[in-house]
Design a protein around this ligand. Structure first.
Ligand code: UGA
Length: 438
């Protein structure tokens, strides 16, 4: 089937590439000429495992192309996916300007029936606004031009997006009539054949499903972070509590890891937007406000713990492992590393950092205020404390003997509860985790 995907950011590029991989004919559209040229050469602007290889093979297979010309894309596709950004507006609501502008442009180029699929994360009611925008843009046409607007939110995790797209837990599709349901069923039939369910529902339920999913996952994390604070006070171990709680099938193990707080471009923004929606509708949103408050508190955990352990941070040498908001991405949006770096630099500490992918973005912000290393060990010389912020695989089994010999201090702050305390103490290091009673 013929598809265009407008917006080749994270979501749009993964969507376009994976639909092509499933055998559809896909045109990716972006206003950024340079990006379109790079994509047409098979270069992914994103760090996302598996994406660039798939991009190259689908380009050479002729199923995927990129253009800045929206008119050509719209005229050559039945499905027009909208995958442009919905940044956080000043009042916490999602900014829909780009989504609505793209909808209007699609309408201007339509020469017959099209399915406009909203993939961007948008608040409930946005598909209605898109319909209105398209109808208005079509109003001056001499004859009728028919269209449907569909909600089809994404549930891709950064670092696992290709896998999540090709083998999803579920695909959610919000439709308003049987005709478009049939078309969407055909579009997603390769997924159903592979055993992955596609759930059809009304448009508003689909829009809300996306926010409810992210808000519930954020709630699980904040809940466990709150429990971790109690663990520290009473000498309990949050990892044991997690095993006990998560093995109840009604609860489940995932997203119950206490740590340094959630970050990224999705949870913080989507929790805020859902609070905004609920508040506007007169719904009491205190639960999600607490989720945010616990997360803000948790992001300060490293700084508080450091002050407790070594006193004033001025002049202390702190080595950080990890800067990305999670492993397998170079994304630092809302990352806890930013809170920690601001605090450490503000309090006069000397900071060194290594991250396998996020250092270019961090360098742009912090320049010479942070000493960036070539590898995990190169940031340790003379460090008073080593802090693990992001659980990249490269940090999983480090050489503790070498670490001990490089550092001047003995403290290791494990912000992701990755290490075995007894192993560190064997090497003369003193380990402190999140909610593990020490
Ligand atoms: C999240 C959702 O998991 C996706 O389903 C969704 O599609 C996506 O947002 C989106 O809305 O586009 P993502 O932001 O890539 O995906 O990252 P996650 O893997 O969900 O992690 C988010 C944050 O939570 C990270 O900072 C991570 O370190 C933290 N986290 C996760 C914890 O602190 N504890 C956990 O147990 C799990």
């Amino acid at each position: 089937m013929k598809i265009s995907v407008v917006g080749t950011g994270y979501v749009g590029l993964v969507t376009a590439t994976c639909f092509a991989e499933m055998g559809h004919d896909v045109i990716g559209v972006d206003i950024d000429h340079e990006k379109v040229q790079r994509l047409s050469r098979g270069e992914s602007p994103l760090f996302e495992p598996g994406l660039e290889a798939m991009l190259k093979s689908n380009l050479s297979g002729g199923r995927l192309s990129f253009t800045t010309d929206l008119s050509v894309a719209v005229q050559n596709s039945l499905f027009c996916f909208v995958a442009v950004g919905t940044p956080k507006g000043e009042d916490g609501s999602a900014d829909l300007n780009a989504v609505l502008a793209v909808a209007r442009s699609i309408a201007e180029h339509m020469d017959g029936y099209r399915v406009i699929v909203v993939k961007s994360t948008v608040p409930v009611g946005t598909c209605d606004l898109v319909s209105r925008e398209v109808s208005e843009a079509l109003a001056h046409r001499p004859g009728p031009v028919d269209f449907d607007v569909v909600s089809n939110p994404e549930f891709l995790k950064e670092g696992a997006a290709v896998e999540d797209f090709l083998r999803p837990d579920r695909v959610i599709v919000g439709v308003s009539n049987p005709r478009v349901e049939e078309l969407m069923r055909e579009l997603y039939s390769p997924f159903v054949r592979n055993g992955h369910p596609v759930y059809f529902m009304d448009v508003r339920s689909s829009e809300l499903t996306k926010y409810a999913s992210n808000a519930l996952l954020a709630t699980k994390i904040s809940f466990m972070n709150m429990i971790s604070q109690i663990c520290d006070k009473v000498g309990a171990d949050v990892m044991s509590v997690r095993s006990g709680v998560g093995s109840d099938r009604r609860i489940g193990m995932p997203f119950l890891y206490a740590g340094v707080g959630y970050g990224g471009s999705c949870f913080p923004k989507d929790v805020k937007a859902l609070i905004h929606t609920g508040t506007r509708l007169g719904v009491e949103m205190g639960l999600l406000r607490e989720v945010e408050a616990v997360n803000d508190f948790q992001k300060l955990w490293v700084l508080k713990k450091l002050r407790d352990l070594i006193g004033p941070l001025s002049g202390k040498s702190i080595a950080l492992w990890g800067g990305a908001f999670k492993p397998d991405t170079d994304d630092i949006r809302e990352a806890t590393s930013l809170t920690v770096l601001d605090g450490l630099i503000g309090e006069g500490a000397r900071v060194s950092l290594y991250d396998p992918a996020a250092m270019p973005s961090l360098r742009e912000i912090y320049g010479d205020s942070v000493c960036f290393g070539e590898n995990p060990y190169s940031v340790l010389a003379g460090a008073d404390v080593l802090v693990l912020l992001t659980e990249w695989r490269v940090f999983r089994n480090p050489d503790w003997r070498k670490i001990k010999s490089l550092m001047s201090g003995t403290l290791v702050l494990d912000g992701r509860n990755q290490y075995e305390p007894s192993e560190l103490s064997r090497h003369g290091l003193s380990w402190h985790g999140v909610g593990r009673g020490c």
